[in-house]
Write a new protein. Sequence first.
Length: 389
Amino acid sequence: MRMRRLGRAVVGAGLATVLVVAPVSGAAAGAAPVGGDRRALQEAADDLRELGVTGVQAIASEGGRTGTARSGVADIRTGTPVPEDSYFRMGSNTKTFAAVVLLQLVAERRLSLDDTVERWLPGVVAGNGNDGRRVTIRQLLQHTSGLYNYTADLEGLSSPEAYLEHRFEHLDPEELVAIAMAHEPTFAPGTSWDYSNTNYILAGMVIEKITGKRWATVVRERITRPLGLTRTYSPGDVPTLPRPHAKGYQQFEPGGPLVDTTLLNLSWGWTAGDLVTTPTDLVRFWRALEGGRLLPPAQMAEMHRTVLAVTFQDVFPGTRYGLGIMWTPTDCGGYWSHGGDVPGTSTINGVTSGGSHAVVLAVNTRLAGDEEALAIYHRADGAVADILC
């Protein structure tokens, strides 16, 4: 899932988290929370449109109040406006859902974060220097395993032609892990940090092994149904999005055409990035998580134990990674988040500690040029920081 790299920070372009530390301009400071949020969101959405994004949805939630904004079009051919609160693929926000499930299982004493991968998936992590006896569940969730990122080798993410050839292809979790096992580890387990989607495919395999249920069932029973997230789900092999939705557009090379990538089988994303959602559902999830509704205090503390995101520092200085969640420092302290990218769509978000205030932006275009892509992320994350501060 690596179409382009922004320095060392975009480590899996299809499912990577991409968050920046943006200066707090104070655009929303001193304003009424909802009105100020709405103005800041609309300004950001319009600015992103000017930067080359086809369409944007944005939402901010604080207390019982919500502000929303949208800009641009759902379809560049017809010019139809972006629908309100429409479906999109959340990408690596899925990792936070998977981490929550595993931490719930830890709270139920069905496994330990210090268990090895070998204990639950014997013989799966092996070959070319990979050794599941040395990799723990904690290291999977925190990206400190050193396992190679399988999305770097996915053919369907390299060009428009490859996308069209592979967009309906099904890949099993075992096939995805096998791609990674064909490579040596990038470092010894626990000695450094680098983002790898392979970690969360293995986490999903552990979830299914322990629960005896499919990922789609587990996430529904443990997260979406209890929170009333009726429009968030794992699509399996279904390549379409429900209506309403805006089309996603991917630029595969700088200056190249925007390719409609809305039709996509995300089996290759699975527990690392397959979930579909809406802005309202996703902002509700983030507030519920940080509000303590999904995990006991001990497991929330484990989720929030961060390490330096080493390979993000050149572009995103100060960023730290917990268990399926990221900490971004700002002038007013910082916030928790996990972004996500799939071909044609990016998600940028943030939530304050305690869950009192959260912001989600869904961007329906991914540009290939490093400068252009970073400008979009900086503007979106600047809006998140402004609003949360």
